[in-house]
Ligand binder design. Structure first.
Ligand code: HEM
Length: 438
């Protein structure tokens, strides 16, 4: 283990992304971290990434600090579960993400973008507005209406701020693990935020039960409740854990991705013009059937996910001995895989920092691979991948059909907010952009 890395621990807290990049530049694609206790490895070698996530997923569990901290909020949901428990949960939830449900995602994404647009129309033309806040609210509404067939807009701000508050504590805990029973102020903040999420879930469940369950309900809440009513089905706690998991996994991720996409388009007016031309060729507001007529919009979304993968780090723990890149790995070893780093490997991505949607033109559009894994890879691939792509493409199309975004310029310099590498990649202090009617 490189001893000088021990000195760098505060740097990890200050600028985790920069630290990861410097570490692989100096020490290569397999680096042992200076962690107390069990060994921890940063894995940036594509073949080793494939081995962990695709070839031997059963040898690598989610029993890690990252997912442990997250489960303080989500409980044992689909995102954090392992083994047979995970397989059972995935089987129950999968039909809610079936291809046939994506038209509802499309419709709700366009409707949510339209509500953002109405809000912007109330501003003076050319106003500066926080597009991140708008994206957070919009994506929460899409999750609510598509997965729970309910309106989360009424709870919107409380749920958005509770998720943010809970995830802040999750990040603190993941960076500085302490016993959960310590009576720290952060434990009280977490309890308050989780109480709001519990209350929201209880309201969703009560409202659906009051409306009555129908065998034809294929939204996630309907599937979970029907499974709960079956012999040996999910317990109320398991239903709650799945609902919170879906709110957490399906809301901030897409919001971050949309916000960074808008920033990149604001910084690249030529790409925005090309996107506007594609949108102007549609017959009217975008719909589900227009999706295949939006190849450039899709490329923009794929490229933004390359440069700003919301899930910037994925972790696993070895449940048995393994070998990665010729190195023997003992049971218990933690591996850290960073899409942020893999998406910047110059061999696969020439001039990696350049925003160039044409990288995704043609056949390879968004195909998951070890050097492009915004949604993970292998059997634990994001269950909401198609949901997120459809939502991002159509929300972006619906919004930019009517609007042009440009960056805030201060002292002759384009302002790009600092990236906070929290549970997802968040724009520090929000993402202000200038919005103009087209
Ligand atoms: C741009 C948006 C999104 C990104 C970047 C993203 C990213 C990811 C990644 C990287 C994983 C795998 C984690 C791992 O292997 O450790 C994952 C899993 C998951 N995601 Fe997403 N996600 C997004 C949107 C969504 C949406 C919209 C939903 C649901 C509505 C969702 C629900 C989930 C769930 C439940 C899992 C766990 C799946 C399993 O292990 O079976 N995600 N996501």
């Amino acid at each position: 283990m490189p001893r000088e890395m021990v000195r760098d621990v505060p740097a990890i807290r200050r600028d985790a992304l920069g630290y990861l990049a410097r570490t692989t530049e100096r020490f290569g694609d397999l680096v042992a971290f200076p962690m107390p206790g069990r060994a921890a490895l940063l894995v940036n070698d594509p073949a080793a990434v494939r081995r962990v996530l695709v070839e031997r997923p059963r040898a690598w569990s989610k029993d890690t600090v990252q997912y442990g901290a997250l489960s303080a909020v989500t409980g044992a949901g689909l995102l954090t579960a392992d083994g047979d428990d995970w397989r059972r949960r995935r089987r129950i939830a999968q039909p809610a993400f079936h291809h046939g449900t994506l038209d509802v995602v499309a419709e709700q994404s366009v409707a949510a973008a339209r509500r953002v647009s109405v809000g912007w129309h109330a501003l003076p033309d050319g106003a500066v507005t926080d597009v991140d806040a708008a994206c957070m609210q919009a994506t929460l509404e899409v999750v609510g209406r598509t997965l729970f067939d309910d309106d989360l807009a009424a709870d919107g701000e409380r749920v958005v701020s509770s998720v943010a508050e809970a995830l802040e504590v999750v990040v603190q805990r993941a960076r500085t693990p302490r016993p959960a029973w310590l009576p720290l102020p952060s434990a009280r903040r977490l309890a308050r935020a989780v109480a709001v999420l519990d209350e929201t879930c209880a309201r969703l469940v009560a409202a659906r039960r009051a409306r009555g369950l129908d065998d034809h309900d294929t939204d996630l809440l309907g599937l979970l409740l029907r499974s709960a009513d079956a012999e040996g089905g999910l317990t109320p706690q398991q239903v709650r854990d799945e609902l919170v998991t879906l709110v957490i996994a399906g809301h901030e991720t897409v919001a971050s991705s949309l916000a960074w996409t808008l920033q990149l388009l604001a910084e690249h007016p030529e790409a925005q013009q090309q996107l506007h031309a594609e949108l102007d060729a549609l017959d009217g507001p975008p719909t589900w059937v227009d999706l295949r007529r939006l190849p450039f919009t899709r490329q923009v979304v794929d490229e933004a996910l390359r440069l700003f993968p919301p899930a910037w780090v994925v972790t696993r723990r070895a449940t048995e001995p393994d070998e990665l890149a010729g190195v023997a790995i003992p049971t218990g070893t933690l591996v850290v895989i960073s899409p942020w780093l893999l998406h910047r490997r110059a061999a696969d991505w020439p001039d990696p920092e350049r925003f160039d949607p044409s990288r995704f033109a043609g056949e390879r559009a968004g195909t998951p691979r070890p050097t492009y894994l915004p949604f993970g890879l292998g059997p634990r691939l994001c269950i909401g991948r198609d949901f997120a792509v459809v939502e991002s493409v159509l929300a972006l199309a619906a919004l930019l059909r009517d609007w042009t975004v440009s960056p805030v310029v201060r002292g002759g310099q384009v302002v790009r907010p600092r990236v906070d590498a929290l549970v997802t990649l968040r724009p520090h202090g929000g993402l202000p952009l200038v919005v103009r009617r087209r």
